[in-house]
Design a binder for this molecule. Structure first.
Ligand code: NAD
Length: 263
């Protein structure tokens, strides 16, 4: 019988104060992980941490993922507290939905800064600690908008498409160091972000393009992310997993089929 205690793995989840990030943190905690919760929201983050009711296994880090110094300081705290890192979930993101010609340069820059610079900086800061821990897993939260273009998403969709390619770059280079990188591309999920940018018209349109005919649940996204973080996904590297009710698979004809089936 081995006397070595089971390894308590460590994850860093960005954008963990609410929504999908908080759901991912909960999924990992429920399975015995220790989780560093990083968010720019200094008010919401302590509330989120308290709601998880696991004070010895959580670490709240207020930081902006697009600021290199803040990211370095946050990762240094994870190292000082737990001395290892097994998974990084680049989940923090913002959405601005506007037409191409009405999106200001500042809006474009701020979306790219959070959604693309953030994962670049956080991954770069975490790699040395992951290497010291014997390898790890990076999961980048992209979007169906990074796989398929649609209106109003010039900045958001472009940032997510670039994040998907960043994932592949990371997978190829970091794979040789024992660090896997994959992306999850959620379809619409009912969070604060969706409430802000999904108008009633957009919600009706989703009905016409999603075979499962509903929004996804935070828990459904978290389960896919958790799998990619885990050793069960040990040979999965450089993949994009759409968790979208069939949105990415669908072509023309769904509304007609629905009508014929009386839905
Ligand atoms: P949300 O707005 O509810 O939560 C995002 C969190 O990220 C917030 O707590 C926010 O404070 C934090 N954040 C924002 N900018 C940050 C920064 N610069 N530094 C640190 N933290 C920052 O959003 P959500 O719906 O939970 O989305 C999470 C991720 O999932 C995002 O990357 C989003 O693009 C993606 N996504 C969401 C949907 C959806 O329908 N909700 C669909 C596809 C993809």
């Amino acid at each position: 019988m081995s006397l070595t205690p089971p390894l308590q793995r460590v994850a860093l989840v960005t954008g963990a104060a609410r929504g999908i990030g908080l759901g991912i943190a909960r999924w990992l905690l429920d399975r015995g992980w220790r989780v560093a919760l990083l968010d720019i929201d200094a008010v919401g983050l302590p509330r989120a941490e308290a709601s998880l009711e696991a004070p010895t296994r959580t670490l709240a880090l207020v930081a902006d993922v697009s600021d290199p110094a803040q990211v370095q300081a946050a990762v240094a705290k994870v190292d000082a507290t737990w001395g290892r890192l097994d998974a990084l979930v680049n989940n923090a993101g913002i959405a601005i939905f506007k037409p191409v010609v009405e999106t200001s340069f500042d809006e474009w820059r701020s979306v790219l800064a959070t959604n693309l610079d953030g994962p670049f900086l956080c991954s770069q800061a975490c790699v040395p600690l992951m290497r010291r821990s014997g390898g790890g897993s990076i999961v980048n939260i992209a979007s169906i908008s990074g796989l398929r273009a649609s209106t109003l998403r010039v900045a958001y969709g472009t940032s997510k498409a670039a994040l998907i390619h960043l994932t592949k770059q990371q997978a190829v280079e970091l794979g040789t160091l024992g660090i896997r990188a994959n992306a999850v591309a959620p379809g619409p999920v009912e969070t604060e972000m969706a409430k802000q940018v999904h108008t009633p018209a957009i919600r009706a349109d989703y009905h016409d393009v999603i075979p499962l005919n509903r929004y996804g649940l935070v828990e459904e996204i978290a389960a896919a992310v958790g799998f990619l973080c885990s050793e069960e996904a040990g040979y999965v590297n450089g993949q994009v997993l759409a968790v979208d009710g069939g949105f990415d698979a669908a072509g023309v004809g769904l509304p007609t089929l629905r009508r014929s089936q009386g839905q």
